[in-house]
Design a protein around this ligand. Structure first.
Ligand code: SF4
Length: 754
């Protein structure tokens, strides 16, 4: 039997994608050497390969899995895939670790004790599916389909969405909408009539000027964006980064603006002011496509760089210089819209200010700005129409008028009885969403869980949420299963196939099989009429003249969708999907709902004395808490560190490598976590990589490694327009403690300054 790859081999593979960004961003303007474009390890002798697309994050890069003796050996990018262009990031390469992890769930489990005690017994699949079916039916019988909610984050969630829709439930949510990209999508839709989408329609590699505001390309390793960023830098594009932290992206920038946290709207308004005051905006574009220029000019007339200086701490001449640099390269200037945008509770308005700035630069629909994406279309497998949908999460009908998706924290709120109001939601089905480490204000999550009649969790790992479930269903890893077709929106209209590269380990099963099994036991089998997943895929593929055999050969297929223009033509008339049919610099629909029609800056609370604003973000080698136990990715980063400014550390007598407990303003605690004393962060904030500090013993590698930032998010500021939950409103202080017993020695030397 072939051996899995070694740690050394893994690090060699995974270094390739990281090197892409590092080389191009070195300031030498060098291109990636040809040898780094090649798969860095030889193909295993058997050469057997199967098509897949990566599940290690949500970018969905397509690749090939090479197996030997039926065991996956390595995953490489599919060269014809527009998501990855043949290169996977380190996490994608580490997908093999998801398969190899012996600490994953082995069998279905049924709770034997009260919730939270973690006493389960192993069960057969037949018994576990029956138990879930009965649980869901009881919720339906007692409260109706609106008594159930589905939390889902991951591609296998497709099957469970179909299942609950077949029941008539529409409480289908993912924390990523309210906690990540939702504010951006709604603000861009209000301005341009369309969202940014995922993968983002950002034309980064053609940009001559790239502006990143709290957006951490390179740490947020969304594959194609990072490749394009590397190419743009290599081609000499100007990079402007506004960030309280000297991020990886900032290290490639011509301007790093270490902005005071929570003041980004002030900087955006000042940039808008300079473009208008100095007449630097794209006059033809604005005249042809935009509405509300006079109202915008009037609204920002006081937002001078001198006004913004004491707020942001960015000097006026820097604000003017950077605005002029943006205008110099327009329309090939891209003010990146970000992805994680739930910061301070005014996130819709901040991302709308970002959209307005792009509109003035004429970058929407223009080369080097935002392109017009393509989407393939494949007919759905014919199933009966869903019954009437029941949505019970929105307690006040007029709350969050711009929310177009279900908000996860509101679903949780609708699961807790409030004074004089019974809770409408009584059962949760949780697909691969580790709510205790994901959904903010975890105390409320535990409170809701205690009130529920029934919880079922489908997961690969024994994550924290599975410890609270009544039934746990082990899904196999993405390398062991078919899934639905990947149909995404990019520069190319493509579809991609995921097929199993290996047999499911232990007793795990694919999501499609689990959902179909539950449906059949509930009497909903007519919604899952396919015999098996192969016949499901064959039926869909036949509608576009393709087949499973063809997709197994190519992995990714481009669909001809006819002529397409990525950018607006010269003088082309465009009808935007907004109330005015134009790009809305001023929004009457927002005004009519009682909100500011042009974004306005309002101050946010500053940290109390002795406290520092908690910022958090990502690392290239992990995707939140989903991967922190992965045996391969653990080798690259086992625990997070808290970044502390050197001046602050000196004041506290903290040195790099010291262990700290972090206490927030409400007394919540996280850690112990190692200190990273650095010049690369402002004095008024600290930074953690998100996703560490697991409290689940079954995940032995990640158990109590580092600090769980989510435990410190006890306060949120909710965006009144669309419900985003701003999380950067928490402050922490330090307590130096002894190193935890049994932990590996810290790689940073005590006293070392990073
Ligand atoms: Fe996988 Fe990386 Fe692509 Fe995400 S960006 S899908 S982790 S290869």
């Amino acid at each position: 039997m072939a051996k899995p790859i070694t740690r050394r081999e893994f690090i060699r593979i995974s270094s390739a994608a990281v090197t892409t960004a590092a080389l191009a961003g070195s300031g030498l303007g060098c291109r990636i050497p040809a040898f780094l474009r090649e798969p860095p390890l030889a193909i295993p002798d058997s050469g057997v390969r199967t098509a897949t697309w990566c599940e290690m994050c949500f970018w969905k890069c397509a690749g090939w899995v090479y197996t030997d003796g039926g065991i996956p050996q390595k995953v490489v990018g599919n060269p014809i895939d527009p998501h990855c262009r043949g290169r996977l990031c380190p996490r994608g390469t580490g997908g093999i670790g998801a398969y190899l992890d012996d600490q994953r769930l082995h069998t279905p489990l049924i709770r034997t004790e009260a919730r939270g005690k973690q006493l389960f017994r192993e069960a057969s699949w037949d018994e576990a599916l029956e138990r879930v079916a009965q649980g869901l039916k009881q919720i339906d019988a007692k409260y109706g389909p609106g008594g159930l909610a589905l939390f889902s984050h991951g591609s296998g969630g497709t099957w469970f969405k179909h299942l609950v829709k077949a029941m008539g439930c529409r409480n289908i949510t993912a924390p990523s909408y309210g906690q990540c990209r939702g504010a951006r999508e709604e603000a861009y839709t209000a301005t341009f009539g369309e969202p940014v989408g995922s993968p983002e329609r950002t034309d980064i590699e053609n940009a001559r000027c790239l502006v990143l505001i709290g957006s951490h390309l390179g740490e947020n390793m969304h594959n194609l964006q990072v490749q394009e960023f590397a190419n743009a830098v290599g081609n000499g594009a100007t990079v402007i980064v506004a960030d309280p932290r000297f991020s990886t992206a900032a290290s490639k920038a011509r301007w790093w603006l270490p902005i005071r946290p929570s003041t980004d709207i002030a900087l955006l308004l000042a940039w808008i002011h300079v473009l208008l005051e100095e007449g630097l905006y794209d006059h033809d574009y604005v005249k042809r496509y935009c509405t509300g220029l006079d109202e915008l000019r009037q609204a920002v007339r006081h937002n001078t760089p001198e006004w913004a200086y004491p707020i942001t701490t960015i000097e006026p001449h820097t604000i003017r210089q950077t605005a002029r640099e943006m205008a110099r390269h327009a329309p090939a200037t891209l003010v990146h819209p970000g992805r994680f945008t739930a910061w301070y509770g005014d996130d819709f308005q901040r991302t709308r200010a970002n959209a307005i700035l792009n509109a003035l630069l004429g970058s929407w629909g223009r080369k080097g700005g935002f392109y017009n994406p393509l989407r393939a279309s494949v007919a759905a497998y014919p199933t009966p129409a869903y019954p009437k949908g029941h949505t019970t999460w929105r307690q006040a009908p007029d709350a969050f008028p711009f929310a177009t998706e279900v908000l996860a924290d509101r679903v949780r709120a609708a699961s807790i009885p409030a004074e004089g109001r019974p809770a409408p939601i009584h059962g949760w089905l949780v697909y691969c969403t580790n709510l205790p480490l994901t959904l903010l204000q975890p105390a409320l999550t535990y409170e809701a869980i205690q009130k529920l009649d029934f919880i079922a969790a489908v997961d690969l790992m024994p994550s924290e949420i599975t410890g609270w479930a009544d039934v746990v269903l082990p899904e196999c890893s993405y390398l062991e299963r078919y899934d639905d077709l990947r149909i995404t929106t990019t520069r190319n209209a493509t579809i991609a196939l995921r097929q199993p590269a290996a047999k499911p380990r232990f007793e795990s099963k694919p999501g499609w099989w689990i959902a179909k099994g539950v449906a059949e036991k509930m009497g909903l089998g007519r919604y899952f009429p396919w015999k098996d997943i192969e016949s499901y895929l064959e039926t869909r593929l036949a509608t576009i003249g393709s087949s499973l055999a063809e997709m197994q050969q190519v992995g990714v297929k481009e669909i001809d969708v006819g002529p397409h223009r990525y950018y607006f033509g010269d003088g082309e008339e465009i009808e935007f999907d907004t109330p005015s049919g134009r790009i809305e610099l001023y929004s009457q629909q927002i005004a009519d709902l009682g909100f500011d029609p042009v974004p306005r800056y309002t101050a946010h609370p500053e940290p109390p004395a002795g406290y520092y604003r908690l910022l958090f973000g990502r690392t290239p080698t992990h995707t939140f808490s989903r991967t922190t136990n992965n045996p391969l990715l653990c080798e690259t980063m086992l625990e997070n560190e808290v970044w502390i400014a050197r001046t602050v550390a000196q004041m506290w007598g903290i040195e790099s490598g010291d262990y700290l407990l972090l206490h927030n303003q409400d007394g919540a605690t996280a850690g112990p976590v190692r200190a990273k004393v650095t010049e690369r962060i402002r004095h008024d904030c600290v930074f953690l990589v998100h996703g560490f500090g697991h409290q689940q013993r079954q995940m032995a590698r990640s158990f109590q490694r580092g600090a769980n930032d989510n435990a410190l998010v006890t306060q949120v500021s909710i965006d009144p327009l669309m419900g985003a939950t701003g999380m950067r409103v928490n402050f922490v202080t330090f307590e130096v403690v002894a190193p935890p017993r049994g932990h590996a020695p810290p790689p940073l030397r005590r006293g070392e300054v990073a």
